[in-house]
Design a protein around this ligand. Structure first.
Ligand code: ADP
Ligand code: MG
Length: 566
């Protein structure tokens, strides 16, 4: 450990030298309030910025102990501090100029969700902040004085404003902590109340635009139909009232543009806790809910899709179905079966992103094409047994077929963005005509056990053979894993984490014996016990990881074209 004045001397002494002299500043420096760790120094001003950490005692920043004495509180506080550090560092991003990334101070960027991240790690007595600094240069010459300004003036100011309790918006911090505790409580309350989802009255569901996840200004607030209303008394002392969606089969119907997809998307995202003023703070679904869609072209490795697709032409077996290029219906069938393997208790389906031949087949078509000649058992004939046999609920949008009236437990119509309970009417319509579907279907079978093989990952060597490319792609050597079908993957940092976690997973939990779910359980248990940091390849880095759900990890692995199943 060196004294901070040493850093000053060093920076001034290398001023004007070639960029590579910066590597001499690597190390730990004791500043008056904290330790600065310069862990990795970039090789030139165009390379990714240098990786650093601040280690600061909790007493120094004076964040109350009772704010960090539980995991969820720590997630809220860490989220709050990360956003604050980001905001403060933005103020200085043009104050040091130079080549490439010169003068940039970067920390992970948070979206509308509060996620478990590695950017600000809160331990019992210490807070650790991971960030990057673009060490300044003119051309390839070191700007030592400018660098010195960053470490002696700018960073200390950012740290003070971003982390010290006396400089924080204390009310906002308290609000955020209360909110996450309320959200956790309410989400855990759902199954006890026989519910799979809840949308509070007054929620703002639509988003500003396709590229902005912020609330749409001037949107019509959500209001539950009276008979579906339910009230929760929250730990904060607040009461929320809104629409409870019960277990079973729920149909969302209504004319085009009346807000059906907007409701479903809010439910997809309801597996996450949103920040104050998002509009979806109390739009909560059970945490294992999975969006199911068609995904033509994806690969499938030995998935039992026989509940939906059987006796394909040419007697192709579907108990262990594999393809490198799935059709709409086979991909959607695999997505359902894999979601069950990932322990989803709620499926969310929008007809707009579904394969119609997977979703419905009406009675007339049933008469024309005899069952023996039709490989597909449509979802409408399976959705009840999914619930009865496996306890898995479904919420789905169907605007174009009344066949689901018979199987639905309730039907909610969206009318000018407001839900109406039309269950009785839909059931009457279904009962009135003598329109009987043929629906002889066997119970949903218990799923086969899939064992992933370690030979799936033949490349040897460095961990960074696995890396994220944006939110929707993960690279393994030359292979790209396409994640664009994962609508519940919400943050680039989750994809960064998927890459790091997959590297750890293949090295530690793939043993040619454990099933996919056993191995993934072990990985998540390890992270639960030791934190997301425990799977990072370098101490304290990367600082831009956010924990994805188990369901997204499964989905990522299932889309890897090199995956081999025993
Ligand atoms: P549907 O799926 O029924 O066709 P969408 O959910 O796609 O309808 O919504 C249609 C449009 O209405 C979208 O542009 C959406 O942003 C907007 N919208 C949805 N809900 C609301 C609301 N509560 N207030 C205002 N606009 C809304
Ligand atoms: Mg729609």
């Amino acid at each position: 450990m060196k004294e901070y004045k040493k850093l000053q001397q060093l920076l001034l002494s290398i001023d004007g030298q070639s960029y590579s002299s910066y590597k001499r500043i690597k190390g730990f420096y004791q500043f008056p309030d904290y330790i600065l760790a310069i862990d990795h120094v970039q090789v030139d001003p165009y390379a990714p910025p240098s990786k650093m950490r601040i280690l600061i005692q909790r007493e120094t920043v004076d964040i109350p102990k009772e704010y960090i004495n539980q995991k969820n509180k720590r997630i809220a506080v860490s989220d709050f501090l990360t956003r604050n550090f980001y905001k403060q560092s933005q103020k200085f991003n043009h104050s040091v100029k130079g080549t490439g990334t010169s003068g940039l101070i970067m920390i992970d960027h948070c979206g509308q969700e509060m996620l478990e991240r590695t950017a600000v790690l809160i331990k019992d007595n210490q807070i650790e902040v991971r960030f990057e600094v673009g060490l300044p240069a003119a051309g390839r010459r070191i700007l030592g004085k400018a660098a010195n300004r960053i470490f002696q003036d700018i960073l200390p100011e950012i740290i003070k404003q971003a982390l010290f309790y006396r400089h924080l918006n204390q009310t906002a911090l308290q609000t955020q902590i209360d909110l996450i505790l309320d959200q956790k409580y309410l989400r855990e309350e759902l199954p006890k109340q026989n519910l799979v989802a809840f949308i509070a009255n007054g929620s703002i569901l639509p988003r500003e635009s396709g590229i902005s996840d912020e609330p749409l200004i001037g949107a019509k607030p959500f209001q539950s139909p009276a008979n579906l209303e339910i009230e929760f008394h929250l730990p904060s002392g607040k009461t929320v009232t809104g629409m409870g969606i019960k277990k079973g089969i729920t149909l969302l119907v209504g004319g085009g543009f009346h807000g059906k997809s907007t409701v479903l998307q809010a439910l997809e995202r309801g597996v996450y806790n949103h920040i104050p003023n998002d509009g979806r703070e109390f739009v909560l679904t059970v945490s294992d809910a999975v969006k199911i869609r068609a995904e033509d072209g994806r690969s499938i490795q030995k998935v039992d899709i026989s509940p939906f697709i059987n006796h394909l032409p040419g007697n192709k077996v579907t108990k262990q179905f594999s393809t490198m290029n799935a059709s709409g219906s086979t991909s959607q069938a695999a997505n359902v079966v894999e979601a069950l393997e990932a322990r989803a208790s709620l499926l969310l389906i929008d007809e707009y992103t579904s394969a119609m031949n997977f979703m419905i087949r009406d009675r007339r078509m049933q008469q024309l094409i005899v069952k023996e000649k039709e490989p597909i058992t449509p979802f409408v004939d399976r959705v009840q047994s999914l619930y009865k046999d496996l306890g898995v609920s479904t919420i789905l949008i169907i605007g174009g077929s009344g066949d689901y009236f018979e199987v639905a437990d309730r039907v909610i119509m969206m009318d000018e963005y407001l839900p109406k309970d039309v269950t009785a009417k839909a059931k009457n319509i279904a009962a009135a005509d003598s329109y009987n579907r043929e629906d002889s279907v066997e119970p949903f079978e218990i799923l086969s056990r899939r064992v992933p093989l370690s030979s799936s990952f033949p490349l040897s060597g460095k961990e960074d053979r696995l890396r994220a490319k944006g939110k929707l792609h993960l690279l393994y050597g030359w292979e790209t894993i396409d994640l664009s079908g994962l609508e519940q993957l919400v943050d680039d940092s989750q994809t960064n984490a998927l890459a790091v976690m997959l590297a750890y997973f293949k090295n530690h939990f793939l043993n040619d014996h454990s099933s996919l779910s056993e191995a993934i359980e072990q990985l998540y248990q390890h992270i639960e016990n030791f934190g997301l940091d425990a799977v990072s390849p370098y101490t304290g880095h990367p600082g831009n990881l956010a924990l994805p759900r188990k369901q997204e990890f499964y989905a990522m692995l299932n889309r890897y074209r090199g995956l081999k199943i025993k």
